[in-house]
Write a protein that binds this ligand. Structure first.
Ligand SMILES: [Zn+2]
Length: 140
């Protein structure tokens, strides 16, 4: 199946430049370059042989070796065999949203603990520290 540049870019961005099956880095410019280490293809997460559609929600970037090893098996099984999370890697926007949430949680917890232990100044300082820690947590 041939994809437009816009489609390929959207599929690639969905996992922020990582294979959705093994989480290794792929390079956008190496689409379809099977012999290249960072080459990638479009995988049907739910395989077409099992009724998977060509809708954008079913299309994900996979490195060539993962895509060709997976064939018509399940995405969950392939990720499990690779020892990675059962989820796909997050897009840049999803990571940003997670970081924002972690920052808010860290800030709130820090302020609560600092406020209880050291009063208003403690709440402010520990809130800032908590927000910084929350922001630094790996958003994957
Ligand atoms: Zn892979």
């Amino acid at each position: 199946m041939a994809y437009s540049d816009d489609e390929l870019r959207a599929i690639y961005r969905k996992t922020d430049g990582k294979c959705h099956l093994c989480w290794r880095v792929i390079r956008y410019a190496l689409y379809g370059a099977y012999a290249e280490r960072h080459g990638w293809e479009v995988d049907h997460s739910n395989p077409r042989a099992k009724g998977g559609t060509n809708r954008r929600s079913n299309l994900v970037a996979a490195c060539c070796s993962c895509n060709r090893t997976k064939r018509a098996s399940s995405t969950r099984g392939a990720r499990k065999r690779n020892g990675v999370s059962t989820r796909r890697p997050k897009s840049r926007n999803e990571k940003r949203a997670t970081r924002r949430k972690n920052k808010a949680i860290g800030g709130t917890l820090g302020a609560a603990i600092g406020g209880a232990a050291f009063g208003p100044v403690g709440a402010l300082l520990c809130g800032l520290v908590g927000a910084a820690i929350g922001n630094d947590v790996n958003p994957e």
